[in-house]
Design a protein around this ligand. Sequence first.
Ligand SMILES: Nc1ncnc2c1ncn2[C@@H]1O[C@H](COP(=O)(O)OP(=O)(O)O)[C@@H](O)[C@H]1O
Ligand SMILES: Cc1cn([C@H]2C[C@H](O)[C@@H](COP(=O)(O)O)O2)c(=O)[nH]c1=O
Length: 230
Amino acid sequence: MTGKVKFSYGPMDCGKSTLALQIDHNLARQGRQGLLLVRHDRSGNAQITSRIGITRQALEVEADTDVRAVVRQAWERGKHVDYLIVDEAQFLSPEQVEQLAELADESCIDVYCFGIATDFRSVLFPGAQRLFELADELQPVQVEVLCWCGRPGRFNARVADGVVLRTGDTVFVADTVPNPDSGSTGEVNSGPTRSSTELATVRYQVLCRRHFRLGEVGPDASGQGQLQLA
Ligand SMILES: Nc1ncnc2c1ncn2[C@@H]1O[C@H](COP(=O)(O)OP(=O)(O)O)[C@@H](O)[C@H]1O
Ligand SMILES: Cc1cn([C@H]2C[C@H](O)[C@@H](COP(=O)(O)O)O2)c(=O)[nH]c1=O
């Protein structure tokens, strides 16, 4: 009897964190014991955040975290671990994904990973790529996100002042759209420090392939009324 690794993936805002929290809720209700892990939640906190408004505390996975050690520490505290919920799994290193696979194979733990596949340049994140290579099950997350033109949106464009960016740090973690009231963008990013003005204009927008290629963000290029994700 071994565990399984399942990777649920999709564009930004398709319901991945919500699904993660739903699965955790239903497994716990059945008496199974799990750990929630996350790397770079949009909130900047060690939690899993759903845009619907539900959050759950989680253990932050750092760049050098050995996830096997996290499970061993739980065992040492006397906690049985039946499953892991890992959100924002695209940010894991390939080595951390391999550690999750080892936990499934050797410790009979079911591992549920959730994340986006490609970055703002439409390139696979290393963690997502390793999950596509190793997972037992791959599941596109069910809620369709549409491009402004109505076609299915698959590409997570990074947009600054209506322009689709093609260069920059792969990791740019943001928790909400700019907050004009506080003057603060509420942004957390692990890239080089950016000015608040620079942060205030950067957001993500899911586009279809054609409009991602063409860099067209829709008639209201200012982003007002557009689905602003982060
Ligand atoms: N006020 C709302 N009422 C109903 N559904 C909502 C609401 N706000 C967000 N959602 C749903 O939540 C989804 C985003 O959920 P979330 O788990 O945060 O996505 P992801 O983790 O993939 O970015 C949206 O696609 C939408 O379907
Ligand atoms: C495309 C892209 C995204 N990110 C960040 C932005 C968000 O914080 C997360 C995705 O979160 P969601 O729950 O799927 O909305 O990833 C990034 O750092 N780099 C990128 O290229």
